[in-house]
Design a protein around this ligand. Structure first.
Ligand code: NAD
Length: 389
């Protein structure tokens, strides 16, 4: 298949592009490289050094003999998206290319507006390009389990049958997300469902859990193929952050009680889920939703798992929760559709955590300790206008 990976320079997009290429697909990568700019803005960088997009693509050419078509450009530029889709002629578009940090979206008004504009407009431009150029293209879109929030009922995979006043219909599962970032994903989901219904497009929305891990067979083949590994409170995902904190001798920063339960998955399962979704496309007109995670844990359980696995001293610190969220709640989310299509999950174990300790040991020199504690407060509404009358 011809697969275009949007956000192909990111933490997940890069290893996914390599994985699909290694399995014989013709792969193109698109990115506007803005993730590298957020690093500069936040005063941090990936713990594991990453090569430039040109060097990565060249290294993969040497390693595999495969050439990745590369498009450096911004999805909010509609003309660029149209040109790229016409030129590459994809069968599948895998769309990772969004601002993906909840804390980043909650910094202030400008960051909230940027996040929603970047994500919603970029996704709309992709939908229009598919609608105009070839409606057979399968859109595989990265959403998040955070779209659902944490309702006191079971979470279904995208759709729920509701009986109300004696009448029954199948509706999109109601959403109650917890940040302006997560809300941007809800808006995307609604736009995609509408496009499938109205233009007869085919799409798979992957409501992904929180990803951990850093190494895949392909990224391990050469240091220039490594993917990023974030430790800071804005972009680092929770297990990855706890591993780094343990190795640095920093207390593991659990927000509040730590009873917040979330779905998780190994990066090895992310790349395999994308392969499965791409190779088994949705039908024309179908808006298909998969919950893409393999296990759920509370934040405190993860901290305890890291503490148990680490050979040295580790302390767990309950810090004031910067977010507005329930710290104890019901959580039962379905996640069978990817397994039905053949996913064989890599479950969290001490060997994996141990391999991450080794990655961190090797690179821990460059950490900016000031970036570890959370600073973005959900309750604050800072904006450039707040100090003006
Ligand atoms: P990432 O920030 O590392 O990668 C996203 C990439 O998209 C970056 O390289 C960035 O430069 C690019 N990008 C952003 N806006 C763009 C635009 N307008 N035009 C072109 N490129 C643009 O993020 P990630 O962790 O790899 O996540 C990828 C996707 O998966 C995101 O959509 C995210 O919401 C979703 N997701 C991630 C996780 C996780 O744990 N990392 C969990 C659930 C869902």
């Amino acid at each position: 298949m011809r697969i275009l990976v949007l956000g192909g320079d990111g933490y997940l997009g890069w290893p996914t592009a390599l994985y699909l290429s290694a399995r014989g697909h013709e792969v193109g990568v698109c990115d506007n490289l803005v993730r590298r700019d957020y690093d500069k803005e936040m005063g941090v960088s990936s713990l594991v050094p990453i090569a430039s997009i040109e060097d990565r693509v060249a290294a993969w050419g040497e390693q595999s003999g495969a050439k990745l078509a590369t498009y450096v450009g911004d999805l909010t530029d509609a003309a660029f998206v149209h040109r790229m889709v016409r030129e590459f002629e994809p069968d599948t578009i895998v769309h990772f290319a969004e601002q993906r940090s909840a804390p980043y979206s909650m910094i202030d008004q400008a960051h909230a507006v940027y996040t929603q504009t970047n994500n919603v407009v970029g996704n709309l431009n992709v939908l229009y390009a598919i609608g105009d150029i070839n409606r057979d293209i399968h859109l595989v879109k990265l959403g998040t389990m955070g779209e659902y929030g944490y309702p006191n009922i079971d979470i279904e995979e995208g759709w729920i049958e509701i009986t109300h006043n004696g009448r029954t219909d199948t509706m999109l599962y109601p959403k109650k997300p917890g940040s302006f970032y997560h809300l941007s994903k809800v808006h995307d989901s609604h736009n995609i469902e509408f496009a499938c219904r109205t233009w007869d497009l085919r799409a798979t929305d992957l409501n992904q859990g929180i990803v951990y891990g850093q190494q895949t067979e392909e990224t391990d083949a050469d240091p220039r193929l490594a993917t990023r590994y974030d430790y800071d409170a804005v972009f680092g995902t929770v297990l990855n952050r706890f591993v780094i904190q343990a190795v640095l001798g920093h207390p593991l920063t659990v927000y509040g009680e730590g009873g917040q339960t979330r779905g998780f998955l190994n990066i090895l399962d992310t790349i395999e889920c994308i392969r499965i979704a791409s190779e088994n496309p949705a039908n024309r007109g179908e808006f298909r939703v998969f919950n893409q995670f393999t296990e759920s844990f509370s934040v405190l359980e993860l901290a305890e798992a890291v503490k148990k696995a680490y050979p040295g001293e580790v302390t767990v610190e309950h810090t004031a929760n910067p977010r507005v969220e329930a710290e104890q709640h019901y959580y039962n989310a379905k996640h069978t559709k990817l397994v039905d299509l053949g996913l064989q999950p890599h479950l969290l174990n001490e060997t994996l955590i141990d391999s991450l300790f080794h990655v961190v040991e090797k690179h821990k020199g460059g950490v900016n300790l000031d970036a570890i504690r959370p600073t973005v407060q959900w309750r604050s509404t800072a904006s450039e206008l707040s100090s003006k009358k």
